[in-house]
Design a protein around this ligand. Structure first.
Ligand code: C2E
Ligand code: CA
Ligand code: CA
Ligand code: CA
Length: 281
């Protein structure tokens, strides 16, 4: 009835108002949370597909918000991007990830070819300071540019290509590796790949999920692996959850893989303990 429709629409506007109110409260809480040390990095192993060794980790941020538990990044990264907090947040993530790599090196737990991958929002790349910050951090910790990989999502990158290409070029010239995250999930022009100083394509977990089950997904995974090889880039499959997916990736010649089957994201201290065991990793 007409009445029901009105109720439904007022419930909808109530919900929108709640969401807006929640955002208004969350923004200052996030700002304070960063200053109070409430952000935590988890690290997920990235393994060599052929050999199984851990070749690096990807840093994944969470917000240990009092009264809310571990808040996943999908909830607060978009807010941080909309409100300009992303610069401060991204710098914290970069600093913490580089410190952690230094600690693992010092402890003799990782080799000299082990790399740290950090997600960077394209909004961070339009601010000219990021490249300087990265240089200072790496040099200050006695690390080389190749120890760091920066992951950037394809979709946002392509729409802003002009404004971020200088920063990407500067990072690539310096020697930092650039990985294109969520490759193939949004609109993109393959021609753009020629203009990007990219070193790696990261196959999105939505394609990996259909590997061996779904003809179209299997073809897409195979094609991205071939594309990476043809362009002289490495490829990483993310979201690997089964031994069967791993076998297929090995048969297809994928270089690297990451997923719950190969290791869940864990805190720095957790991984340190695991890697200090006699048989690890
Ligand atoms: P992403 O970069 O595509 O990261 C992969 C996501 O898949 C992570 O979720 C990871 O925990 C999850 N994952 C790993 N293995 C598996 C698996 O086998 N199966 C399934 N279903 N999922 C798996 P998470 O940690 O919630 O991160 C979500 C997104 O948040 C990331 O997607 C990334 O885009 C963003 N993000 C995370 N940390 C940062 C950061 O420090 N800065 C920025 N700008 N973005 C970040
Ligand atoms: Ca990523
Ligand atoms: Ca992804
Ligand atoms: Ca993603």
């Amino acid at each position: 009835s007409k009445n029901e429709g009105r109720n439904r629409s007022s419930r909808f506007t109530d919900r929108l108002r709640d969401l807006a109110r929640e955002r208004v409260h969350t923004e200052p809480a996030l700002r304070q949370g960063i200053e109070r040390g409430e952000l935590v990095l988890f690290y997920q192993p990235i393994r060599d597909v052929a050999e199984g060794h851990v070749k690096g980790v990807e840093a994944l941020v969470r917000w240990n918000r009092p009264g809310h538990g571990m808040v996943p990044p999908d909830v607060f990264i978009p807010l941080a991007e909309d409100t300009g907090i992303i610069g401060q947040l991204g710098e914290w993530v970069m600093t913490e990830a580089i410190r952690q790599l230094r600690r693992w090196r010092d402890g003799g737990l990782v080799g000299s070819d082990f790399h740290m991958a950090v997600n960077v929002s394209p909004l961070q790349l339009v601010t000219p300071s990021l490249v300087g910050v990265i240089r200072r951090l790496l040099a200050g910790h006695g690390l080389k540019p190749a120890d760091l990989t920066i992951e950037i999502t394809e979709s946002t990158m392509m729409s802003d290509l002009a404004s971020i290409s200088n920063a990407l070029r500067a990072l690539a010239d310096y020697g930092v590796a650039l990985s294109i995250d969520d490759f193939g999930t949004r609109y993109s022009s393959l021609a753009n790949l020629r203009h990007l100083p990219a070193h790696q394509l990261k196959i999105d977990k939505s394609f990996v999920a259909g590997l061996g089950k779904n003809r179209a997904d299997s073809t897409l995974v195979e094609t991205v692996i071939g594309l990476a090889r043809g362009l002289g880039m490495s490829c990483v499959a993310e979201g690997v959850e089964t031994a069967g997916q791993m076998d297929l990736l090995r048969a297809l010649g994928c270089d690297l893989a990451q997923g719950y089957h190969l290791g869940r994201p864990q805190t720095g201290p957790e991984l340190t303990t695991a890697w200090a065991q006699p048989l690890a990793p």
